[in-house]
Write a protein that binds this ligand. Structure first.
Ligand SMILES: [Fe+2]
Length: 215
């Protein structure tokens, strides 16, 4: 996640080829999503920080937490664009070309305990994703007591300000699915489930259970 990365932020390359998630997430969507959308969030954050020397030593997470305490003219664009970078990186890194079919280990146990079964979890998560009104993300994460929850964030808001530690997110902005799935949001979520990196998700979950990863 670019630990301690600071201004000027770079649009780090995807850890897999643009077409690696085919046929579930198409190459053109990945190119547009990473090279245009994520690049734009990166450029806009750098533009804001260019004139804010005291903020140039902060990493992404620090900027997100600091934004609410800043004057709105600076705080709002920082929150939107630092959030956009965090949310997109988290989404891209939460997928991989040859994932295991479903979670395993402690995360699987926690999902079954909280939702009854992996299949039931998928149903609830899918319904939450379809229900997103406008643009946003649906997340699996841990609440303040470290139990699993499914929750939604609007636009480029991050889980931190809702006191959730994230494990997985699916991007429900139109640009994430429109080229391939048009308005079929449920089919997009079904396809996304085929490329979820459950090993990465479990390592995030275990970090949270040990009190690490994020505040
Ligand atoms: Fe996106």
């Amino acid at each position: 996640m670019g630990e301690k990365e600071k201004y000027p932020f770079q649009n780090t390359p995807l850890p897999y080829a643009y077409d690696a998630l085919e046929p579930y997430i198409d190459e053109k969507t990945m190119r547009v999503h990473h090279d245009l959308y994520l690049q734009a969030y990166t450029d806009r954050l750098n533009d804001v920080l260019k004139n804010c020397k005291p903020l140039q030593n902060m990493d992404l997470e620090q900027l997100i937490f600091a934004a609410n305490r800043l004057p709105k003219a600076v705080g709002i664009p920082i929150l939107r664009n630092a959030g956009g970078i965090f949310n997109h990186r988290f989404y891209f890194l939460g997928m991989c070309p040859s994932p295991q079919e479903e979670p395993s280990g402690d995360l699987k146990k926690a999902i079954c305990k909280r939702f009854g079964s992996y299949g039931e979890f998928q149903k609830v998560f899918r319904a939450a994703a379809i229900a997103v009104y406008g643009s946003g993300y649906v997340w699996l994460g841990c609440g303040p007591n470290r139990s699993l929850e499914i929750f939604t964030t609007a636009n480029q808001q991050t889980p931190f300000l809702q006191h959730f530690c994230p494990i997985l997110n699916v991007d429900m902005w139109e640009h994430a699915y429109f080229l391939k799935h048009i308005q079929m949001r449920g089919e997009y979520v079904d396809d996304w489930f085929h490329v979820v990196d459950w090993e990465e998700a479990e390592s995030r979950y275990l970090c949270i259970q040990k009190g690490g990863l994020y505040r």
